[in-house]
Design a protein around this ligand. Structure first.
Ligand SMILES: [Zn+2]
Length: 156
């Protein structure tokens, strides 16, 4: 059985994460935009989950690479969902997200994806600028973000 996560021998650096995102972009389903994007999420347990954008003829049902990766992360996590499905095991926490657009550099996450990455604790986003990795803190790309900690009784 194929698992959506890989276990590298060590925590990948930013350049390696971008390579994994680029590889995922090569699997994108983009018959309408021809704008392939890949994302690689480094999780708190050191594993990496990738995703690519998947378009739909309805356009509105298209899902971005970052959200594909986040949903794969949750679906593949080992931890049992706690009450209301909120358990935060280290395989459900994003440390860093690398994003590559094969036709755009840098390629930043859209607003919807920034919100979803914030949900899972993402601390920084890595993009490619002039052929080199560049990391941005999450506070830079989503200042004053609204997240789980803003709801009463929810864990951060
Ligand atoms: Zn997006």
């Amino acid at each position: 059985m194929t698992t959506p996560t890989t276990s590298p021998p060590q925590v990948p650096d930013d350049a390696h994460l971008l390579d994994l995102a680029r590889e995922a972009a090569g699997r994108a389903y983009v018959p309408y935009s021809a704008f392939p994007v890949g994302a690689a999420l480094l999780l708190a347990n050191g594993e990496v989950v990738t995703g690519c954008n998947v378009e739909n003829a309805s356009y509105g049902l298209t899902i971005c690479a970052e959200r594909t990766a986040a949903t794969r992360m949750i679906a593949a996590s080992r931890g049992e969902a706690g009450e209301n499905g909120t358990t935060r095991t280290d395989d459900r926490v994003v440390v860093k997200a690398a994003v590559v657009g094969l036709k755009a550099s840098p390629c930043f996450p859209c607003g919807a994806c920034r919100q979803v990455l914030h949900e899972f604790g993402c601390q920084s986003v890595v993009v490619e600028e002039d052929g080199h990795p560049r990391a941005y803190s999450f506070a830079q790309i989503l200042p004053h973000g609204f997240g789980p900690a803003d709801l009463p009784g929810q864990e951060a």
